[in-house]
Design a binder for this molecule. Structure first.
Ligand SMILES: [Zn+2]
Length: 275
């Protein structure tokens, strides 16, 4: 009887095929509430990483302390703007006083300049430029691939943002930094079949990002928007929200730091992702 019962359960829960979800690899992606800025904490079994660091006053130090993060395998900086790289000064300070270990900082060409270089050099933190088609081994067995910008790119500021796609065989998370409509078009030219289960809406949900064509191709099921409460830029733009509500199968899957605070996603390898 017991055996039959177990068999029956296994037909109900397809995860039985490859072990229960408790034994599967898990990744936690948290959009940190850094106000009007951007920072994601990506926590794997062996490694934690940041995609952007918020502003200098975002309190990234407190957030990492509260979450017990002692090592960052990598910090990916999307582009040079202070609302994305501003937390680096605080993080380097933590590294210098031994509170945290930072293995390397990955950035695009436009952000690779003083005073950031000096800051990292002083603390002895390795730095590396990243380009389209580079992959990061930090999240294995997940694939982390850089989609944008190209190595020979002359783009600057928002337009130079690093787009990174994390994926397993079933699902994917697409980080867009502050990329806007013209770069979304460029990415689709390079990746005509691009899709993403979860999308970080570019440039804090601004009206100049998340173009129809891009959303229609990517077909996200969840959207993540980082914006400060009552920010002066009007992020996220009502039109962007309207587009996301139409594209997403379930409009409750739009997550915003200005309304929801920090938002964490749990991702079980090969099984699925949940808020
Ligand atoms: Zn920004």
């Amino acid at each position: 009887m017991f055996r039959l019962g177990k068999l029956f359960l296994c037909t109900l829960f397809f995860a039985c095929i490859s072990g229960s979800p408790e034994n599967q690899d898990k990744l936690y992606i948290e959009m940190l509430d850094v106000g009007q800025g951007l920072s994601f904490l990506i926590k794997g079994k062996n490694c934690s990483s940041l995609y952007d660091t918020g502003t200098p006053s975002s309190g990234i130090d407190t957030m990492l302390r509260n979450r017990g993060i002692k090592t960052l395998c990598s910090i990916v900086l999307s582009h040079r703007h202070n609302d994305h790289t501003g937390g680096m000064t605080t993080l380097v300070k933590m590294a210098k006083n031994g509170e945290i270990r930072i293995n390397r900082v990955l950035l695009e060409k436009d952000a690779n300049e003083e005073p950031l270089i000096m800051l990292l050099n002083e603390a002895g933190i390795e730095m590396q430029e990243i380009y389209r088609n580079d992959t990061l081994a930090d999240f294995l067995p997940w694939t982390a691939r850089i989609l944008f910008p190209a190595q020979n790119s002359s783009l600057t500021e928002n337009a130079a943002s690093v787009a990174m796609r994390l994926s397993d065989s079933q699902n994917s998370f697409l980080f867009m930094g502050d990329l806007e409509a013209p770069q979304e078009k460029s990415i689709l030219e390079l990746e005509p079949l691009l899709s993403a289960t979860a999308l970080q809406a570019g440039h804090h949900g601004s009206g100049t990002s998340s173009s129809w064509n891009f959303l229609a191709q990517v077909q996200p099921k969840m959207a993540f928007i980082s914006a400060g409460k009552n920010n002066s830029y009007g992020h996220p733009h009502p039109e962007t929200l309207a587009k996301l509500r139409l594209i997403l199968q379930d409009s409750t899957q739009i997550f915003r730091t200005d309304r929801d605070g920090s938002v964490e996603l749990e991702w079980v390898y090969g099984v699925g992702m949940w808020r």
